[in-house]
Ligand binder design. Structure first.
Ligand code: SF4
Length: 86
């Protein structure tokens, strides 16, 4: 199940690794809180080209192109031209 956390939401502006600002309310929030207005941010973990590494937490592979390469599930993919929403 998708975690509808601020850290994964388009409505979140990070200040540091733990906290940021809700763009709708303007309030300071924690990255791991539930975002009531959650909008999915494109990240590798939400991409059809991504395969999660079951042995190493926080790692995966991008399978676009001829040769797969290491990708991180939490990596923002807003500028990735190959991103395909799952
Ligand atoms: S295609 Fe882009 S967004 Fe998708 S897994 Fe590869 S690097 Fe990430």
């Amino acid at each position: 199940m998708e975690e509808k956390l601020y850290r994964n939401s388009l409505n979140y502006v990070p200040i540091d690794v733990a906290k940021g600002i809700d763009r709708i309310t303007g309030k300071r929030v924690n990255a791991d809180e539930i975002d009531p207005n959650y909008e999915r941010m494109p990240k590798c973990m939400h991409c059809e080209n991504f395969t999660k590494n079951e042995e190493k937490i926080g790692l995966g592979m991008c399978n676009v192109g001829k040769k797969p390469f290491i990708a991180y599930p939490d990596m923002a993919a807003i500028t990735c031209e190959w991103y395909k929403d799952k």
